[in-house]
Design a protein around this ligand. Structure first.
Ligand SMILES: Cc1cc2nc3c(=O)[nH]c(=O)nc-3n(C[C@H](O)[C@H](O)[C@H](O)COP(=O)(O)OP(=O)(O)OC[C@H]3O[C@@H](n4cnc5c(N)ncnc54)[C@H](O)[C@@H]3O)c2cc1C
Length: 454
C-alpha cells in the first residue's frame, strides 16, 4: 500500500497547524505545480495526466519545512518535494494527492569558499554561478535547464549534464559534499549527512528526506567559447566527439553531437546549420581554441560559428540546444517525437553505436552527449524517436539491450526502473529510518513498495 491523503481530510484545519507557511489552494495553480515535463513521454502522459496534489506549501526556512513535516506526519499526508518541476519522468508528480512542498523560496547562497559553496535547495543553478563566478569558481556541471532548475531538484532527480565531460556525474564520489535533510519521523528532525553518507539521498527523487541545505564542490571558472562544427558524415562527427573527449589537454565543458535531420529542429541556429548537416555543439575554453581548430581540421569539420566567451549568454545559450533541450526543440516542431536515453559503455570504436544508427535510420535519430564514466569518455545517446505505439517503443528498447547498449528508460516514473536498474538497499534503509510511514513521494521507490507489500 502506498500512502494516500485520508479521504475525510479536513484541509482547513491542516492549514491552521502550519502557522505562517505560505499555502496555495487555488486549483489551477495547484494543478500547474503538480506537473513536470513528464509529457516528453507518451507512456507517462497517459499514466500521470490526472495526478494532482491537494495543496501546495512554500516554506521560506528550514524551521518552516520542519513545521510542514510535523503537520504531514501527524495527519499521515503524502509529501512531494518540488524544486522547479523540470524533471522529465514525473518525478515530482504526486501519485496520491497530498501536499506539494515547493522549495523555490529557499534559494540563498549561504557561503562560497575556494572550490565549495553552501546553498539552499531552491537556488537556481544559474543564480548560484552568478554568485560564485566572480570569485573564480563555478558549478562543475549543470543540466541544460540551467536557468530554471534548482540545485535541490538537480541532486534529487538529475544525473549530470554540461560539465560531465570533465567531472562525471552527480552520483560520482566527490560531486556532492554534504546535505542537511529534514525527516518525516513522528518528531521530525534535521540530519546532516557528509561524505559518502550523502548517497543515501542523492538521486532518490525526494523519497527519503527533504534536502534543506547542500555543500557542493565547484570547479575553476574558464572563459567558455560556444562553437558549432558541421560534418558531412555522422560517424565522423561522432568520432570527432570521442577524440575531443579523450584529448585531456583541450579543456571543454560540452560535446554534443547531432545526426541529420536533428539540426533542422534548431530554428534559431539555422544560419550555422546548413541543410542536411551533422553537427557538433561545443563549449571549449578560450585558451584551447587554437589547438582545438587543428583537431577540427583533422576531421574535415567546418566551424560555422565561434562565439567568444564574452559574447555568450546574451540570448539563448548554446547549451540550451543540447542534452534534453534537443528533445524540447524537436518536440516543438513535431510533438509526436519522444526520446530514449542510452549508454554505449563498452564501445570505444563506436561499432555498436554505428550499428544502432544504421539499423534504425530515421526512426531513431542519433543525438550524443559525451561524458566521463569512471574516467573513461563515453557517449550517452538521447535519441529522438518517431513514436508509433508503446509496443514498438518497447521493441526498440529491447533491441538496444539485447545488443549490449544500456537503456536508462525515460518512460517510467519508478526510481529504480530508469537508470539505476537495481534497488539500492542504502536508500531504502534510510527511508525506513527517516520516513517510517512512507509519506515522501509515495509510489516512486520500488525498493519501498516491495518492502511494504512483499
Ligand atoms: C528540456 C529539459 C532538459 C533537461 N536536461 C537535463 C540535463 O541536461 N541533465 C539532467 O540531469 N537533467 C536534465 N533535465 C531534467 C531536469 O531539468 C533536471 O534534473 C533538473 O535539475 C531538475 O531540477 P528541478 O528543480 O526542476 O527539480 P524537480 O523537477 O522539481 O525535482 C526533481 C526531483 O527531485 C526531488 N527534489 C526536488 N527538490 C528536492 C529537495 N530539496 N530534497 C529532496 N528531493 C528533492 C523532487 O521530488 C523530484 O523527485 C532536463 C529536463 C528538461 C525538461
Amino acid at each position: 500500500m502506498t500512502a494516500t491523503a485520508p479521504s475525510n481530510m479536513d484541509w482547513q484545519r491542516f492549514i491552521e497547524t502550519l502557522g505562517e507557511v505560505e499555502v496555495i489552494r487555488d486549483r489551477p495553480q495547484v494543478e500547474k505545480l503538480s506537473k513536470d515535463y513528464y509529457h516528453f513521454s507518451p507512456i507517462l502522459q497517459t499514466q500521470l495526466a490526472d495526478k494532482t496534489a491537494d495543496l501546495v506549501v512554500r516554506p521560506q526556512s528550514e524551521a518552516e519545512v520542519l513545521a510542514v513535516a510535523k503537520a504531514c506526519v501527524a495527519a499521515r499526508v503524502p509529501v512531494t518535494v518540488r524544486g522547479a518541476g523540470t524533471g522529465n519522468y514525473g518525478q515530482c508528480i504526486p501519485l496520491n494527492g497530498g501536499v506539494i512542498l515547493d522549495l523555490s523560496r529557499m534559494n540563498a547562497v549561504k557561503w562560497v569558499k575556494p572550490g565549495m559553496a553552501c546553498v539552499e535547495p531552491g537556488a537556481k543553478l544559474a543564480a548560484i554561478d552568478k554568485v560564485t563566478q566572480p570569485q573564480g569558481w563555478e558549478l562543475r556541471m549543470y543540466p541544460s535547464t540551467y536557468r530554471t532548475a534548482t540545485i535541490g531538484g538537480f541532486i534529487g532527480g538529475g544525473s549530470g549534464g554540461i560539465g560531465s565531460i570533465m567531472y562525471g556525474q552527480l552520483r560520482d564520489r566527490g560531486n556532492l559534499n554534504a546535505v542537511r535533510v529534514v525527516t518525516l519521523e513522528d518528531d521530525p528532525q534535521v540530519i546532516e549527512l557528509r561524505g559518502d553518507d550523502v548517497q543515501q539521498v542523492n538521486h532518490a527523487y525526494g523519497t527519503n528526506g527533504i534536502i534543506t541545505e547542500l555543500e557542493i564542490p565547484l570547479g575553476p571558472v574558464y572563459p567558455w567559447a560556444e562553437v558549432i562544427v558541421t560534418f558531412d558524415d555522422f560517424m565522423t562527427a561522432a568520432r570527432f566527439g570521442q577524440v575531443l573527449g579523450n584529448t585531456d589537454g583541450l579543456i571543454k565543458k560540452l560535446i554534443s553531437i547531432h545526426a541529420a535531420p536533428i539540426p533542422s529542429y534548431f530554428a534559431s541556429l539555422k544560419a550555422y546549420l546548413p541543410d542536411g548537416c551533422h553537427a557538433a555543439l561545443l563549449m571549449v575554453a578560450e585558451p584551447s581554441m587554437e589547438l582545438f581548430q587543428e583537431l577540427v581540421k583533422e576531421f574535415g569539420g567546418t566551424i560555422t560559428d565561434h562565439k567568444p566567451a564574452e559574447e555568450t549568454g546574451k540570448k539563448t545559450l548554446l547549451a540550451e540546444f543540447t542534452w534534453n533541450h534537443t528533445t524540447l526543440h524537436a518536440r516543438n516542431v513535431d510533438p509526436s517525437l519522444t526520446y530514449l536515453q542510452t549508454l554505449f559503455l563498452h564501445d570505444p570504436e563506436l561499432q555498436l553505436l554505428q550499428h544502432m544508427y544504421e539499423h534504425f535510420g530515421d526512426e531513431v535519430m542519433m543525438h550524443l552527449e559525451y561524458f566521463r564514466v569512471a574516467g573513461a569518455v563515453v557517449p550517452a545517446a538521447l535519441q529522438l524517436v518517431r513514436f508509433s505505439t508503446p509496443e514498438r517503443l518497447q521493441e526498440i528498447i529491447e533491441y538496444h539491450e539485447a545488443q549490449g547498449a544500456f537503456i536508462a528508460n525515460p518512460h517510467t516514473y519508478i526510481l529504480e526502473d530508469g537508470g539505476m536498474k537495481q534497488i539500492d538497499p542504502v536508500q531504502v534503509n534510510f527511508k525506513a529510518q527517516v520516513d517510517p510511514y512512507g509519506l515522501l513521494n509515495p509510489g516512486k521507490m520500488r525498493g519501498w513498495l516491495e518492502r511494504t507489500t512483499g
